[in-house]
Design a protein around this ligand. Structure first.
Ligand code: INI
Length: 165
């Protein structure tokens, strides 16, 4: 019989860092409030917050925090809204790629809750009680932190060797 691994939404004893961008602050502060509220309600032991100017700056800070080994998960919050130019594509694309890499390369769950929308109204509806992306991000961070704790320990380099054997 194989094993089945699940996380859960109990944050007691867990430590989190949130990286949040100031650009489109009316949206990102709501994402942050809801994320903090959810982590507190689920009894997180500690929640640190790092502010960056825009979503483009989230990945290096998320990676740096993940590398400290202090956190069970990192939650990235931001809001990219399409403007008149292609700038939006680069910012949203690099934020997504960099956040994913921070998770892959450190082994720490790094949660991507950077909204990428075409209009400000689409962002506004995603920080309401009905569609609460801040809360969703916090729950994903808790679930992933718990899941990773339950997975068998990684043995660096082994996976690659056995695949090529
Ligand atoms: N940053 C955002 O977080 N959201 C945006 O919508 C946005 N737009 O549209 O320009 C944005 N730009 C700033 C970017 O993240 C960097 O802070 C800036 O380019 C400096 O590196």
């Amino acid at each position: 019989m194989g094993s089945e691994f699940h996380g859960n939404h109990d944050a007691s004893g867990l430590r989190f860092a949130i990286v949040v961008s100031r650009f489109n602050e009316e949206v990102t502060t709501k994402l942050l409030d809801e994320a903090q509220r959810t982590l507190a309600e689920r009894k997180a032991a500690d929640v640190d917050v790092a502010w960056v100017p825009g979503a483009f700056e989230i990945p290096p800070v998320a990676r740096r925090l993940a590398e400290t080994g202090r956190y069970d998960a990192i939650l990235c919050l931001g809001c990219v809204i399409k403007g008149e130019t292609a700038h939006f594509e680069y910012v949203a694309g690099e934020a997504a790629r960099g956040i994913a890499r921070a998770g892959y390369e450190t082994g720490v769950p790094v949660i991507f809750q950077v909204l990428a929308v075409y209009h400000a109204e689409q962002a506004a509806v995603r920080v309401t009680d009905k569609l609460n992306r801040g809360r969703e991000g916090a729950l994903a961070a808790i679930e992933m932190a718990r899941l990773v704790k339950r997975l068998p320990k990684a043995q660096r380099g082994r996976a690659r060797k056995s695949r090529s054997a």
